[in-house]
Design a protein around this ligand. Sequence first.
Ligand code: HEC
Ligand code: HEC
Length: 279
Amino acid sequence: MRCLFLYAVVGGGLVFAVGLALTQEAPSRGRFATPQQRAAATRQFLGLGPAPDKAAAARGAPLFQQNCSFCHGPDARGAEGPSLITSDLVLDDNHGENLVPFLKVGRPEKGMPSFAKTPDDELKDIVEFIHLQVENVANRGTYQVKNILVGDAADGKAYVAAHCMTCHREADFDHIAGKYRTPDQLQRGWVWPLQPDDDATATTATVKLADGGMISGRVTQISDFRITLMDSAGQTHVIDREPGLKLQLHDPLAGHEAMLMTLKNRDLHNVTAYLESLK
Ligand code: HEC
Ligand code: HEC
């Protein structure tokens, strides 16, 4: 119920109506004595859960920018990946009780990576950041769309020479910017070269069953309890991760992921600025 309603609100003209209703309230004379009360009333009107924890959201902001924004946009309104502002999963979550378990698994088969290795408290901070974005849309808060091309191309070039050439050749980056429509897609493309249907980037696994049988294939889904593989004949295998089962995972992008962990915001922007210059 709450979700359907917010869909309508965020998706359509109702945002406008809410905005109007709010601007009719004079700050100190209307129904609400303080902006905080007004914000709380708006939350209730929109059926949003408890207010986000601002301190946690502030800690989550850089984590979101680094791990999520290339796909979901800097303010979670969507880019290559869907908007999280209108997501049922987000709207049904209060303080991460649904979202944290979701993030640990992701939906790798649909291009949503798993964040199993990210500590819970960091995931919780990211979740509060997302809730704050919902709040900003709902309360028409002001926010700045960040320009992604803020880096220094020469520094980016040096970073690429020092960090990328162990795996790549110069030619990999020829005209790379021409392959993407916008700088944020380019950034998403080099930070997470994750193509759901691309064999070069797919995670594969070999499973040795308790009875000795072996199955290999592309991982389409994985959780603590179950793994789903598609073998070379296109057949799907759903395997319970019972004790005694041996699992060997191969992720061609493990190196990229490792690089992400040490990538600083400044390097991120510099590399994007450099790659953007390679039209
Ligand atoms: C490589 C791109 C990519 C990255 C990085 C990424 N996501 Fe996603 N995410 C997606 C895609 C694509 C989907 C939609 C999957 C589908 O169609 O089911 C998705 C789905 C989701 C959903 C579910 C939306 C819904 O209602 O079904 C949530 C929540 C989410 N992502 C949060 C995050 C968070 C938080 C991060 C960072 C910690 C993140 N994502 C990083 C691509 C990404
Ligand atoms: C540990 C090895 C490794 C490192 C280090 C690495 N990459 Fe990659 N990269 C890969 C692999 C593997 C792929 C996926 C196969 C492919 O698409 O070529 C890939 C894919 C890519 C792609 C997508 C390919 C395309 O055609 O769009 C881009 C862009 C990219 N990497 C950029 C970079 C940049 C920039 C750096 C350094 C900041 C970097 N990579 C560092 C291994 C690495």
